[in-house]
Design a protein around this ligand. Structure first.
Ligand code: FAD
Length: 383
């Protein structure tokens, strides 16, 4: 749903200019320094990027899912690590509090997440529980007016920097499944919260992950999301539904950027006396990538509109994540091929994107888990 076409066009225009004039020229620096330049971080805050999907009453822009998808497609046209910094505040880091938090929890945290004053993270994955997230082992034991958390969370995006964490932990040891899990808001300076060293990753340099370790970490009982035990896994799944559409939209944006990079290179470079773009086998790669990016754009916008209309889009969000994450992998692979040897060299953006996009098939539910979710829902609906 687009509430005001003119306003949205202006926003997309502004973001598009920011991506073109400020972020793209700093992509190599981002990768080399493995850090978002501080001045760009400030500009992102000023533009309201930390609060894109946070409702206006909490100081955000309150974008609908369709509007957010269109914006994410623009942001996708540059290194995904730039998005990662503010993406968690709009997505997995804040949505748990927004969707299921008490009014007090929302009032305390959400306005500061919307401005970027607080950076947030989402802690679900553990060393022994990834795709099988419901088997997580981190415990939260009630002790007076606190809970005491013990356990380790793995590969936590923004973990080294985050001020606040949404943490899924088991409050009912007798219930080994999803029903025994609760979600907590944990402040970054909570006693007993430790951060492991930054992980060395394949790509997306500038976006950091690390272990988050809880050793007798005391969290006020009022920080249990929604004020009730046993709802945490459902909260996490609702958060991921929105997140999957957002990530899919980012994949579309990256794919469109790679199509543009491939086309420009194919027009510029000559072999056999003509531009690469005149060779039909190169044209086939360009056409396949263009078609797949367009298919991704169309399906993400359709699912986003349906979500705005109140439809349950759990299956469709997984369809989008499955297709778009795989699609951008194929597009990145062709982009390297169109560039030939240059595509293997670090000075060309496609080499970096080729490594960056690999992550999309892994986090927020792997490709196989999307397949499992889609088929499980299909079978359930047929019975
Ligand atoms: C850079 C990065 C950032 C991340 N950020 C976060 C974050 O902020 N917060 C967070 O909580 N997590 C985060 N993660 C974790 C991520 O969500 C998990 O890595 C992902 O869910 C997969 O879990 P796993 O790594 O344990 O793989 P596994 O679950 O061990 O999977 C290994 C392989 O087995 C397949 N597989 C597993 N189960 C099945 C099945 N039933 N059927 C078929 N195939 C199956 C998987 O698809 C995969 O191919 C991040 C990961 C990375 C790499």
């Amino acid at each position: 749903m687009i509430r005001d076409t003119e306003l949205l066009d202006q926003l997309i225009d502004t973001i598009s200019r920011f991506v073109r004039e400020r972020l793209i020229p700093n992509e190599a620096r981002l990768a080399e320094d493995d850090a978002v330049p501080p001045e760009l971080l400030e500009e992102m805050k000023e533009m309201g990027l930390f609060g894109l999907s946070i409702p206006e009453e909490y100081g955000g822009l309150g974008l609908t899912m369709e509007e957010e998808a269109l914006v994410a497609m623009e942001i996708g046209k540059t290194s995904p690590a730039f998005r990662s910094v503010f993406g968690t505040n709009n997505g997995i880091g804040a949505q748990g509090i927004l969707i299921d938090g008490t009014p007090e929890q929302k009032a305390k945290y959400v306005p500061r997440l919307a401005t970027g004053e607080l950076l947030s993270s989402f802690c679900l994955t553990e060393p022994d529980s990834g795709s099988d997230a419901a088997s997580l082992r981190t415990t939260a034991v009630r002790d007076g007016d606190h809970y005491v958390l013990n356990g380790t969370k793995r590969y936590i995006t923004n973990g080294p920097e985050a001020d606040v964490f949404t943490v899924m932990a088991r409050t009912d040891p007798a219930n080994k499944g999803a029903g025994g899990i609760s979600a907590f808001i944990v402040d970054g300076d909570a006693p007993g919260l430790k951060r492991g060293p930054s992980d060395k990753k394949m790509g997306q340099k500038g976006a950091h992950t690390c272990d988050i370790i809880f050793e007798d970490c005391r969290v006020p009982a009022e920080n249990i999301i929604g004020g009730e035990e046993g709802k945490g896994f459902k909260t996490a799944m609702k958060v991921l539904d929105r997140g999957r559409l957002h990530i899919s939209a980012v994949c579309v944006g990256v794919a469109e950027r790679l199509v543009e990079e491939s086309l420009n290179y194919a027009i510029e470079r000559k072999q056999f006396g003509v531009p690469l773009a005149d060779h039909q086998l190169i044209q086939a790669m360009l056409a396949d990538s263009k078609t797949e990016a367009y298919a991704g754009r169309t399906m993400v916008l359709d699912a986003a509109r349906r979500k705005d209309d109140g439809e349950n889009v759990s299956t469709l969000a997984s369809c989008c994540k499955l297709f778009c994450a795989e699609m951008v992998g194929r597009v990145a692979d062709r982009a390297v091929q169109v560039h030939g040897g240059a595509g293997y060299m670090a000075e060309y953006a496609v080499e970096r994107f080729y490594r960056d996009v690999r992550l999309f098939r892994i986090y927020e539910g792997t490709t196989q888990i999307q397949q499992v979710v889609i088929a499980r829902n299909m079978v359930r609906e047929a019975n």
